[in-house]
Design a protein around this ligand. Structure first.
Ligand code: GAP
Length: 439
């Protein structure tokens, strides 16, 4: 029986993440560094699995999307050329009395300080990028990238010259972005250092609407594949005055987070803005020669962009469940098996029976070899072991009991979501889990 999960959901998720080793405050022992978070063992697995699934969905299973990986340091000249030094800003207001600063676009009343009631000053555009002094004299300036897209534009010519793709094609990467957010908040939602999963899809100008629609529908498929509740995702056509400076059309994919409906992903039509401005800024020709039509032109770009931390948070919100099982209320995370940090946990029925422990270790080793993320647990009673695995979202718990060794009757497998158990051989289990992980 499901219980109401929405009351204090955010507090429950943050507390579970800390208690079970998913996410900790960044630099916690020094009082925490605002806008940074550390992933613990289960969080790092979950994070890695989401990236791997994204890569599989949008890169390795596509015929014409090429993955790259580029540095987080990008020279000032590139940001100047692309317009980020002037345009990559947030509107900020400061209270004249308490000097607290706020995002103007997040305030209902832009005149009165929400903290002390003081008068708010004029709105200013504050650049979000972190400058870095480089070299021993420190007089060479680079910026930690505020978005990862420049890596794809700066490598456009390298990909053309080495892979020789036809249009349309994409360049993708996953990597860190840094933004000096004025007000980091809401756990992983608004942070200063985060991973982005993104690709630039290069098309003929006349085709942009077709491919915008194609990726729009593919983004919805991804939402379901990663385990985000699709009924909590809503599209928002972004008004011209709210779009990023480089975009001619943007659709935000918003998610119903416990703290409100907010941006999860973005889909933008960046026109030929970036290739054209980097061509001008670098004096390197970034045009494309179309062998078929014998034309040379600068391709246009469709950009589907996926915040990794926001994905992880939306996955946690979608997966969090409370129900009553037997006499207990339990909490479990109904992760899709492909992203679950632990796929299978193996238990001996009793800890003090060496023959059960030995057989359970043998089963554990077999499964670990097949699936990697498999855990052995003999602490406490079976009920407690189930609860621990439910809380970290392990899809299957396997128990070795007396029938396993006395009658060679296989093991029992318990399903996380239903709590149902069935007896199955280890070989059958391996094929079943493989099938589930492929989905
Ligand atoms: N290249 C396009 C781009 O960077 P964006 O809308 O500025 O577009 C892309 O950011 C995605 O990055 C957003 O849809 C969101 O998922 C995530 N994101 C943006 N700012 C963030 C922040 N401060 N903390 C966490 N994620 C953020």
């Amino acid at each position: 029986m499901a219980t109401d999960k929405n009351e204090n959901l955010m507090e429950k998720i943050v507390s579970l993440c800390k208690r079970r080793g998913f996410v900790f405050q960044g630099s916690e022992i020094y009082g925490g560094l605002a806008g940074t978070w550390d992933y613990g063992p289960y969080g790092a697995e979950l994070s890695h699995n989401i990236k791997e699934l994204w890569w599989k969905h949008f890169v390795s299973s596509q015929e014409n999307i090429f993955g790259i990986s580029t540095p987080t340091l990008v020279p000032e000249a590139a940001w100047k050329a692309s317009g980020h030094l002037s345009g990559f800003t947030d509107p900020v207001v400061e209270c004249e009395k308490c000097h607290h600063r706020f995002r103007a676009d997040h305030l209902e009343d832009k005149k009165v300080c929400p903290d002390c009631g003081g008068k708010l000053g004029d709105e200013k555009a504050v650049n979000l990028m972190f400058p870095v002094s480089m070299g021993s004299s420190g007089d060479s300036v680079a910026y930690l990238r505020g978005e990862i897209a420049p890596g794809m534009f700066l490598n456009f010519k390298n990909i053309i010259d080495t892979i020789h793709p036809d249009l349309p094609f994409g360049i993708a990467q996953i990597g860190k972005a840094y933004r000096n957010e004025i007000a980091p908040r809401d756990f992983l939602f608004r942070v200063r250092e985060f991973d982005l999963m993104e690709f630039e899809y290069f098309v003929r100008e006349s085709d942009w609407e077709k491919y915008f629609e194609m990726w729009r529908s593919e983004m919805h498929k991804w939402v379901e594949r990663v385990g985000i509740n699709k009924d909590m995702v809503h599209e928002l056509e972004v008004a011209p005055e709210d779009r990023a400076f480089y975009s001619k059309r943007t659709i935000d994919f918003e998610f119903d987070y416990p703290f409100g409906r907010k941006e999860l992903y973005g889909l933008a039509y960046r026109t030929d803005h970036d290739l054209r401005s980097h061509s001008a800024g670098s004096n390197v020709d970034l045009s494309f020669f179309d062998e078929e039509s014998k034309e040379r032109f600068i391709p246009h770009v469709i950009e589907p962009s996926f915040g990794h931390g926001r994905t992880l948070l939306a996955v946690l919100v979608s997966a969090y469940r409370e129900d009553v099982m037997g006499d207990d209320t339990r909490v479990y995370l109904a992760f899709k098996p492909a992203i679950a940090p632990v796929k299978i946990a193996v238990f001996p029925l009793l800890k003090n029976k060496p023959e059960l422990v030995e057989k359970a270790r043998e089963v554990y080793k077999t499964l670990k070899k097949e699936f990697g993320a498999v855990m052995f647990d003999d602490n406490g009673n079976i009920g407690k072991r189930y609860r621990r695995q439910d809380e970290i979202g392990t899809p299957w718990c396997v128990t070795v009991d007396f029938e396993t060794i006395e009658k060679d009757a296989g093991v029992t497998v318990r399903d996380r979501d239903t709590g149902e158990q069935k007896r199955i051989t280890v070989e059958e289990l391996v094929s079943y889990v493989k099938e589930q992980l492929a989905n």
